[in-house]
Design a protein. Structure first.
Lengths: 191, 191, 191, 191
């Protein structure tokens, strides 16, 4: 395997496990009726949101590596840095779900999302640094509007969560929807 | 890695973890005699059934991707959607096993199976959309009889579970057996 | 990826997770002195034994797939069947470790090993059936002495465990040592 | 897949799961305020340290396999031996974190790091034995200064932990920082 393939394989492994570990937070209840399921509803909603976020990161990561040509040590560590913040998502998801969207858990969840977004931004720079400013990747990324907007929205949502936790949650969902509209920049440039 | 390979690798990772996480629901008992194992029997039966189901999905996924040629954003998300429902299987399995096939858990298990079957149906459409209606894949799938029958049987089994939970369980097992007869359509068309 | 690669990737995923899930049975104790570690010793010994066993299966699987040429549905399901029994190893390991090598857990552990050995035997036949009796693989396997001896020793050890659990445990360790001497049949035939 | 690729894939799988399993030790607290997070701080610090260590091993493993040419049974088992010690890292991390850097857990953590470093040293010898003393890999490794220094520092830190656990912890961090400066020997020789 070339370096790029192994980076993909390792990242896929970590992302696959993060997604599946989150489902462990939905603990099997001891009763068998609807009442025992009801407290799991916020946990389930958080799981859906985090699943979508990990899916978004996997998709974007996938597209970026498709365009990238070179992988150096800087890229390897920038990638591990991204995986570090994403690995905290199961904890943040579980805490937010178990406390039914209380203030502090919503703040922490936002912080993890913000740090992951910043880590992704750093990873993009590391790839462009490795491939050079005239590379396919650099052109494909261009001005990363969605990435910048996400960071701005998180920075706005986190302090807001201290006062209006549900509105902050709505902002997190907004960012996810923003990304669900597929990122056609790289696809367009490459084809 | 091309897009198709990475889709396979990620899906394999998630499916491998789902299978292995289900085994965690079979909690190590504290005693050391047969009596401590007996309450684990329904959990074990559920584990076997779910293991077979994940195996079936892995096999079908494997065959479909072997025939598929193109992977676009629609396919990526349809695949994540399928993985989402399958990721709920460990929870549904554990709940059904711990409550010894009680009504509601059997209903929920059926719903997860139904949603996964629908998600698989959507994924097949997404692949055919990407490859075109005259592609090898489209011909290999043809009229997906087994897929359609599964959905019909689930839709029938779920309301039934409210009255006859064991009969519903028997229907889930029937669908699994239906699929265990290997899917020779794609193999035949390709060879 | 060709079928063979994907079979390898999926099996590697499941085996990697089985190995790592077993370590979860070594629960972090609440004290901080040697006394809190002592009850973990049998759990640790069981972990080492099971780690070695999974390592042996991974090595043999690796060598066999290196020699194999064709993968059909029969092979896919024989492989899933092997993974099923291996997936029960963490449970059997945890139960045997927590009960300090009590009778019944030692019997169950032996049964899981026996079923895995039989499943491996079936997988070898499935591969030979796919490749043909004159294939490189069929010649490389020849008479699978180690495989046959393992099954014989397990069959002998399991009833023994009811009377002499430690002697049965010693037999399991013997089989592991037998396999640790690397399987040079396939390597020799191929090179 | 050739033998090397499968070794990479399996190791990546195990390392990916080790990283993600460690995060499970950061248990979701039941309260929703800052007070409930505070006892998690040492657990979090341990997680960061262990994450960095696994990242270092993954990076070095990655570079070494990039230079290696041959994989034999000796290499396969040396690699499994390394993975065995790394698989104990989640346990050692959790124990050290939960006991707020108490003596014995810090000693045990150091022992696991030491054994992993020795296992890595053995793996390097196994690769050089497989490739021959004039191979690219043997030249690229040369005198493994960092590896040797790590082992010396661990040997020094472990007895120290009985008297000055925090100083021992600082030594573990020092070794990690030592490795974070990327290993340019292999990269330089290859390019």
């Amino acid at each position: 395997m070339c370096k790029k393939n192994r980076l993909e394989a390792f990242s896929d492994g970590v992302l696959a496990i993060i997604i599946t570990i989150m489902v462990l937070e939905i603990k099997v209840p001891h009763g068998e009726n609807f009442e025992t399921l009801r407290p799991l509803l916020p946990v389930f909603i958080c799981y859906v949101l985090s699943f979508v976020y990990v899916g978004i990161y996997w998709n974007n990561h996938h597209h970026m590596l498709h365009a990238a040509r070179k992988v150096d040590s800087r890229v390897l560590w920038a990638n591990l840095h991204l995986l570090f913040w994403l690995s905290l998502l199961p904890f943040a998801t579980g805490w937010m779900g178990e406390n039914h969207f209380a203030k502090l858990p919503v703040v922490l969840y936002g912080c993890v999302l913000l740090m992951a977004a910043i880590a992704y931004w750093i990873l993009v720079r590391a790839f462009i640094h490795a491939d050079g400013p005239d590379s396919v990747l650099a052109k494909a990324i261009g001005v990363d509007r969605k990435g910048n907007w996400s960071i701005i929205l998180y920075v706005f949502a986190i302090p807001l969560a201290f006062y209006q936790e549900l509105f902050a949650g709505a902002l997190y969902i907004t960012v996810a929807i923003l990304w669900l509209i597929p990122d056609q920049r790289i696809e367009r440039t490459l084809s």
